[in-house]
Design a protein around this ligand. Structure first.
Ligand SMILES: Cc1cc2nc3c(=O)[nH]c(=O)nc-3n(C[C@H](O)[C@H](O)[C@H](O)COP(=O)(O)O)c2cc1C
Length: 365
């Protein structure tokens, strides 16, 4: 085979060695992947503007000028502003009562401190805007929008030399973002962890790649092996965006209870549910998702109200380390995450397996 199949236009755009992007909430994982030759995007949607500024500087100090990204959520469907109390007052009594029943039935403890989800950028546009302002001010190399179109801030970003990536679950969202001029599109399928649409990864990646012209497409959803990486490039992607893959790695600060569940979970342990945030989301099954899936449950509220309702359960479970209650976002590729390796090793294994896969397909001729 001539040339390096892993050297893609995404590698050229970002100046990276391998077309593998780690989405992570853990700074140590991000730094390990960046310094290993991949790219990392740190999820900061749950953080205050002050924390975001500190995290950006922390990463910058450790990557010797290599680029990195920060991910926010920018949904336009949420209220423009409003305190948590004001937003909470819109939750109907039926839904409060159902959440309370779950709390009593499973003996869900109270959160121990401030509820992190109450500063989620997806709660209202004002919170997201304050987070975004820090990224513009800090001129982070890449801003990714995990939810909602980033088209409104393209000029502000480009004026500062910042690249903007949009994540989509439908071809029509990709079309609008390509027309607006985003620098890369993450085409994410149903297999993915976290918020995701109902189109399969194979279909969405091929469809978006076919309409993208010179704009790099990045495949996401269920990608946890080198064969997934090779397949994504064959579909027309220039790289992969991966989340579940890094949850149980050595450097990850995810609770050991969740790490162990990730290592033993298979596809059937994940569920596609609106019960956490009001938007479709793939997570590990837990009593909260199972109770809301029952026929007698009320229909989950729209964003951001369902997130406010679920936040007490989630943080109560996490703060008190209740293994029987805890959940986390996880994708259908979770079956392949079976050992706790250093992040750099995960990256290298993925690259090696992808190269072997291409060699196997092309043969010696
Ligand atoms: C634990 C976890 C938390 C996530 N949180 C966010 C988030 O805050 N913002 C976001 O845009 N995507 C988030 N995602 C989704 C990832 O960005 C990515 O799209 C997804 O993990 C890709 O699917 P995969 O996990 O099958 O690789 C999260 C994923 C995981 C595993």
């Amino acid at each position: 085979m001539s040339g390096d199949p892993l050297h893609t236009k995404l590698c050229d755009m970002l100046g990276i060695e391998f077309p593998v992007i780690a989405f992570t909430h853990c700074k140590d994982v991000a730094v390990a992947v960046i310094n290993g030759g991949g790219f990392a995007v740190l999820g900061e949607a749950m953080h205050t503007p002050e924390d975001i500024e500190a995290d950006v500087r922390w990463i910058r100090d450790r990557v010797e000028g290599r680029p990195f990204g920060i991910d926010l959520v920018l949904p336009s469907s949420v209220p423009p502003a409003g305190s948590v109390e004001e937003l909470m007052s819109n939750i109907p009594d039926t839904h409060r009562a159902f959440a309370q029943e779950i709390k009593e039935r499973y003996d869900v403890p109270d959160p121990k401190g401030q509820v992190d989800l109450h500063q989620w950028g997806g709660l209202n546009q004002e919170l997201a805007r304050a987070q975004l302002d820090v990224l513009l001010e800090e001129r982070v190399p890449v801003i990714a929008s995990g939810l909602g179109s980033p088209a409104f801030m393209l000029d502000a970003a480009h004026e500062r030399g910042i690249k903007v990536f949009g994540l989509v679950g439908k071809a029509r969202q990709a079309k609008r973002q390509l027309e607006a001029g985003v620098d890369a599109i993450i085409a994410q399928g149903y297999d993915a962890a976290g918020h995701t649409g109902n189109v399969g990864t194979l279909s969405i990646v091929a469809e978006v790649a076919a309409m993208a012209g010179d704009t790099p497409i990045i495949a996401a959803g269920g990608i946890t092996t080198g064969r997934h990486l090779a397949a994504s490039l064959c579909l027309g992607a220039s790289g992969v965006w991966t989340g579940t893959l890094w949850l149980a790695c050595r450097e990850s600060d995810v609770d050991m209870i969740i790490k162990e569940r990730i290592l033993e979970s298979t596809v059937d342990d994940t569920t596609f549910s609106t019960s956490i945030s009001g938007m479709t989301m793939r997570v590990l099954r837990c009593p909260w998702t199972e109770e809301w899936a029952k026929p007698e449950a009320p229909a989950p509220l729209q964003a951001p109200y369902q997130m406010l309702l679920s936040s007490d359960y989630i943080q109560g479970a996490n703060d008190n380390r209740r293994a029987d209650l805890m959940t986390e976002a996880a994708g259908q590729g979770v079956s392949f995450v079976t050992s706790m390796k250093p992040a750099k090793q995960i990256l290298f294994d993925m690259v090696e397996e992808a190269l072997d896969t291409f060699d196997g397909i092309c043969g010696d001729g």
